[in-house]
Design a protein around this ligand. Sequence first.
Ligand code: NAD
Length: 291
Amino acid sequence: MARIAFIGLGNMGGGMAANLAKKGHDVRAFDLSADALDKAKTAGCLPVASAAEAADGAEAIVTMLPAGKHVAEVYDALFGVAPASAILIDCSTIDVATAKQVAEAAQAKGLVAVDAPVSGGIGAANAGTLTFMVGGSAEAFDRAQPILADMGKAVIHAGANGAGQAAKICNNMILGATMIATCEAFVLAEKLGLDAQAFYDIASVSSGQSWSMTTYAPLPGIGPDTPADHDYQGGFATALMLKDLRLAMAAAKDVGADTPMGAKAAERYEAFAAAGQGNLDFSAIIRTLRD
Ligand code: NAD
């Protein structure tokens, strides 16, 4: 069992840190929120007063923070305190450029870092069934793997530093676009007089099948239990989908990739969020097509 610093105990990090403690690790937890620290204590972690205190003597330092600027700030606070033998594992979803920069900065300080963003929401974070996509050297991956395995169901090496974030935003660009395409198809089917259940039964075993169709059907009463069955509460907020699509669009611009479907999807979620619907699950985008 390892001594692990866990920084960022929000919706995702809270459950992830709790799972590490449950597996018997000695987890030193830090967050700016006193409430999050209290919850971590109840979950078996030791709350501490700063990121540096959490990192002192740690074998691994896991971060789960909102965006790249938070990760860069926290890493600055860790440098000089984190033992040279520690591995830095950033599970936040951040831009590829910052992921590479912080890994280089860590390397310059003699530390090894990986980016390890996740697929799976709060439910998977609590249940310990996340998928991790890891960017870093093969040696760094081997060191991070057992710790990530204690919080997830799959840990996959994507490539060098930044490749984990690249995989995450490419995956979510598919998700954002296929959800809109799936919603469009349900709305067109409805207008053509096709029964929604009959369409689901056909498309979910035909070439229109996708995760958005089969696992996350955007209409209430169709397919498995999804946010659509709960008035689009819970699930994966539109604001978070928009965050990931903005990261994908920025990355596409940086490297000159043509992503017209991703750009259109980003535009639609942007408008939906601007209309005050950012807290609804992203499948609620179907409302903009039906109304
Ligand atoms: P969140 O806002 O609930 O949690 C972030 C936590 O970081 C907060 O508790 C905040 O107080 C803390 N924090 C911010 N700055 C800090 C600092 N300097 N030091 C210590 N703590 C600090 O966000 P979340 O939903 O847990 O998401 C975390 C990351 O995971 C994001 O990058 C998000 O994009 C990604 N993600 C979220 C989901 C999801 O469904 N929520 C799914 C996949 C990936």
